[in-house]
Write a protein that binds this ligand. Sequence first.
Ligand code: PEP
Length: 247
Amino acid sequence: MPPKPLIAGNWKMNGLTADVREIGTLAQALKDGAGCDVAVFPPLTLAAAAREKAGGLLWIGAQDCHTKESGAHTGDISAAMLADMGLQGVIVGHSERRQDHGERDSDVRLKALAAHRAGLCAIICVGETRAEREAGQAEAVVLGQLAASVPESAVPGNTVIAYEPVWAIGTGLTPTQDDIAAMHGTLRRALTDRFGPAAADMRLLYGGSVKPANAAEILPITDVDGALVGGASLRAEDFLGIIRAYD
Ligand code: PEP
């Protein structure tokens, strides 16, 4: 049996206090259950209020954490602090962090390890740029990122892998269904080689311009166990349009 799907929303650097009502709307709509787990990763400023509104009906997580548990790192937040707030997960290695903050696979691996130590689920992002895909290197790049970003402590309960082609994020472009199937199959095989049969239960999300209009085409693809959604997660109505593809 494939793992229970997860639809995760990454609000990025968007949202003010008033926007937490969107979490309330989601929680209300999820009261009678859903065919998938649901998570929202708001900016950390809203996480405590979001958690309260979520009422346990969806997970609330953070968008990054430091590799260390505490210390002289001004402005940084540790995974232990996120767990202490009652958050359930943290995104690590998003391509925007890799680009804007120069994060390397080795940093992402240490962040995922820190998340695991704190008892959080790490959503580890991988994905090729347009130039890498055009050069025929997509698979090699993504496999390299996977090998170097996922720590040995990864098990299905504490790790989700998100395949997010950089060129599909926020652009309205998506790979073909065949390309998504091929990359997810490749990821599943690599995880199976490394972690054995447990890899069948590790969720593989697709991310990059998922919307209500294309969710029904993308989510049923073999080895796609849900989606990481940016823009279309900001309004509950749009996000629910994706979640409901599992009804
Ligand atoms: C993302 O940033 O993780 C993402 C998938 O964004 P969007 O859905 O807006 O392409």
